[in-house]
Write a protein that binds this ligand. Structure first.
Ligand code: COA
Length: 230
């Protein structure tokens, strides 16, 4: 895992987004609780995605704080959003994880961050789901989109909205409020600043990777993340 496993302490981290295959080999660094949780998954792919996500988070935070991955402690923030318990006297490094299909996405930043990955699929009734979560203009644009192009656009927009919700820790309850407050357009811009609750967020829709849509939201519009494919 290249520099992620480095024991040398990073002095600062601007922002990094790591994209990994769920099949990648990761160090054995989960806590007892995490092992119990991993063992409960019925499907091997769910277990792999969870294990890879936690390992990426633990190894990256450990490299940042100069400790062992297994020494990293977590706490929960707003709506149970996982956060790091930073070592005494050190500021928290924000992180967020998402998994779907064959991919795991993990983002790290000095400001709030939310990431989302979704495998593009057409097994869902896209237009019906859109009425619940997309603005009126976005719904209209989706309906007018040729059927063959609809699923990629749907998931591009979905991941943007989800990344914003995850960055703010708003969770499910923020979904309908965001629908009424925000019109991202279809397709959403690759990189834009949006205002939610009077606050500016940077929202990036990344290029598709193997039929997966990817998005990142940051609480500081001036922060530009490095995106690294592992
Ligand atoms: C948990 C939630 C944040 C995301 O769930 P999801 O999309 O099914 O799953 P993802 O893979 O993208 O994210 C899961 C990760 O988010 C993190 N997470 C959990 N609660 C969170 C919260 N309140 N805020 C941000 N991140 C959270 C966890 O690290 C979790 O990974 P882990 O279980 O391996 O620790 C939740 O908000 C949700 O169910 N959202 C769906 C809401 C919706 O309908 N959105 C429509 C678009 S507007």
């Amino acid at each position: 895992m290249r520099a992620l496993c480095s024991r040398s302490r990073m002095t600062s981290m601007i922002a990094t987004v790591l994209l990994a295959d769920a099949a990648m080999a990761v160090p054995d660094c989960l806590s007892d609780d995490e092992r119990v949780r991993a063992a409960r998954f019925r499907h091997d792919l769910d277990r792999r995605r969870f294990t890879v996500g936690r390992s990426l988070v633990r190894t990256t935070l450990a490299a940042h704080y100069g400790c062992q991955p297994s020494a990293i402690r977590f706490r929960t923030g707003r709506n149970d959003k996982p956060e790091v318990e930073p070592p005494a006297g050190m500021p928290p490094l924000h992180f967020n994880v998402s998994h779907s299909g064959d991919l795991v996405l993990a983002g790290f930043a000095p400001c709030e961050i939310g990431v989302d990955v979704e495998q593009v699929r057409d097994s869902v009734d896209l237009c019906n789901v859109a009425t619940e979560v997309f603005s009126t203009n976005e719904q209209r644009a989706l309906t007018l989109t040729p059927e063959a192009e609809r699923a990629p656009l749907f998931f591009r927009l979905w991941t943007c909205r989800e990344a914003l919700l995850k960055a703010s820790g708003a969770g499910l309850s923020g979904c309908s409020r965001l629908r009424d407050e925000l019109d991202l357009g279809l397709p959403p811009a690759d990189d834009q600043v949006v205002i939610v609750d009077g606050r500016a967020w940077r929202l990036m829709s990344l290029p598709f990777v193997a039929d997966h849509a990817l998005a990142v939201a940051l609480g500081d519009p001036d922060v530009t993340p490095d995106v690294i494919f592992l």
